[in-house]
Design a protein around this ligand. Structure first.
Ligand code: NAD
Ligand code: ZN
Length: 357
C-alpha cells in the first residue's frame, strides 16, 4: 500500500550533476500557522527552469529543492492564521515571491526582492510547484476568479505577471509610446497583449523573434505584419530591424527584451530612441555588450525587472477573467518534465507549456 505521508516531486540538484532533475518521493509538507497546503492542478514551465537546472553551482543553502515557480491548485488545508479568509477547496494561484514587507527592498516597493527568511522563492531556491502538495504562505495565494481556466491561472504569477510588471510598471508604457517586444515565447506573447491593453496603438507596436512561428503568433494577436521581424530569416540578415526602422524614421520609446541575448541587447540599443528605455526581462546570455557610443549619445536607460507584486497578480487574474489576455499555451503530463524542458530549450513550443498532474 502507498505510504500516505509521501508524495511525488521533481527534485532539482543544481551544479552540472547527472541527477540534476529526478522524480522521487518526499514527505507531504506540514501546514504552518501562516500557511496553506495546496494540491497542485496545473504548473507552467518557464525558460528560467532550463536555466535553473543548468546552474554550474548550486545556490548557497539550496542543494536540493522541488522545481517549478508557476502553479495553481486547490486548498487542502489552512493554518490557524488564514489572513485571506481562504476556504478548503478554493482554487488559487500562488505568488512566487510575496515578500515580508519589512526589509529595505520591501519598503522601496520591491517586495519581490525581499531578503527576509520566508519571503517565498518557490521553485527558485525553495520547494516549488512540481510536486503533488505544496506548502505556501497563505498570503501568497490569490483566489482564481470565476471563469478562469486553471492552466491560465497557473502561469499568471510569472508568464503573465512578469510581463505585466515589466511593461506597465518597470517600462511605464503608456498609450503614446512606441513599443518593441523582443522574444515572443511564454512571456513575450502575453507581453504583446498587455501592450495592446495599455492602449498602445497597433501601428506603434513592433515585435522580433528568431523563430518564424513565434512572429506569426504575434501577428495573429494583432501585430501589423510590417512591424513584425524574424531575425532567423535570410531577409533579416540583409536588412535587420534597426536598419528598417531607421529608414522609416521610427525610434522606439520602450523596448522590452524577453530574450536577454547579446544579439537582442545590441538590437535594443540600436532601435531605442533618444531618452528611451530598455527593459531587460530575459536572462539568456551570461554577459552582453553595452554600446557606449549609443548609450551616451542617446542617453537611454536600461532597467532590469523581476517578477511582479501581489496586487499585480490580482490585476493579471482579472485581465484573464475579462478575456483581455488569452495565453497561448498547450498542456502535457507532469511525468514528461525532463523532455518538456529539453524541447522548450530547443525552441519547439509556441507560447507556454503547462503541465497537469
Ligand atoms: P521562451 O523560451 O518561451 O521564449 C523565448 C523566446 O525568445 C522564443 O520565442 C525564442 O525563439 C526567442 N529567442 C531566443 N533567442 C533569441 C534571439 N537570439 N533572438 C531573437 N529571439 C530569440 O522563454 P520564456 O519562458 O518566455 O522566458 C523568456 C526569458 O525570460 C528567459 O530568459 C527567462 O529565463 C526569463 N524570465 C525572466 C523573468 C524575470 O523575472 N525577469 C521571469 C520569467 C522568465
Ligand atoms: Zn519564470
Amino acid at each position: 500500500m502507498a505510504d500516505q505521508s509521501l508524495q511525488w516531486a521533481w527534485r532539482c540538484h543544481q551544479g552540472r550533476r547527472p541527477d540534476v532533475l529526478v522524480k522521487k518521493q518526499i514527505p507531504i509538507p506540514k501546514c504552518a500557522p501562516n500557511g496553506v497546503l495546496v494540491k497542485m492542478l496545473a504548473m507552467g514551465v518557464c525558460h528560467s527552469d532550463c536555466l535553473i537546472i543548468a546552474r554550474p553551482e548550486p545556490l548557497p543553502g539550496c542543494s536540493e529543492f522541488t522545481l517549478g515557480h508557476e502553479g495553481a491548485g486547490e486548498i487542502l488545508e489552512i493554518g490557524s492564521e488564514n489572513p485571506n479568509n481562504l476556504k478548503i477547496g478554493d482554487k488559487v494561484s500562488i505568488h512566487i515571491v510575496p515578500g515580508r514587507g519589512k526589509c529595505r527592498e520591501c519598503t522601496l516597493g520591491f517586495r519581490r526582492l525581499c531578503k527576509q527568511p520566508d519571503n517565498g522563492g518557490y521553485g527558485l531556491e525553495k520547494d516549488g510547484f512540481m510536486q503533488e502538495v505544496v506548502a505556501a504562505r497563505a498570503d501568497a495565494c490569490v483566489k482564481i476568479p470565476e471563469g478562469v481556466r486553471i492552466e491560465d491561472a497557473a502561469i499568471a504569477a510569472d508568464a503573465i505577471l512578469t510581463a505585466f510588471h515589466a511593461i506597465k510598471y518597470t517600462g511605464e508604457v503608456g498609450p503614446e509610446d512606441t513599443v518593441a517586444i523582443i522574444g515572443l515565447g511564454g512571456l513575450g506573447l502575453n507581453g504583446v497583449q498587455i501592450v495592446k491593453h495599455l492602449g498602445v496603438r497597433e501601428e506603434n507596436i513592433y515585435v522580433m523573434d528568431k523563430k518564424a512561428e513565434a512572429v506569426k503568433a504575434a501577428i495573429r494577436l494583432g501585430v501589423k505584419k510590417e512591424n513584425a521581424f524574424c531575425s532567423g530569416d535570410e531577409e533579416y540578415e540583409k536588412k535587420p530591424m534597426h536598419e528598417v526602422l531607421a529608414e522609416r524614421g521610427v525610434g522606439i520609446d520602450k523596448v522590452v527584451d524577453f530574450v536577454g541575448h547579446d544579439q537582442t541587447h545590441i538590437t535594443a540599443q540600436r532601435i531605442v530612441r533618444p531618452a528611451g528605455t530598455i527593459v531587460v526581462v530575459g536572462l539568456l546570455s551570461m554577459q552582453t555588450p553595452l554600446l557606449p557610443g549609443l548609450m551616451v549619445t542617446k542617453c537611454y536607460t536600461i532597467k532590469g525587472t523581476f517578477a511582479g507584486e501581489m496586487e499585480g497578480l490580482k490585476e493579471c487574474l482579472n485581465l484573464l477573467a475579462k478575456g483581455v489576455i488569452r495565453p497561448q499555451l498547450s498542456t502535457a503530463s507532469i511525468n514528461g518534465l525532463p523532455q518538456v524542458l529539453k524541447d522548450l530549450d530547443d525552441g519547439k513550443y509556441e507560447g507556454r507549456k503547462v503541465l497537469l498532474p
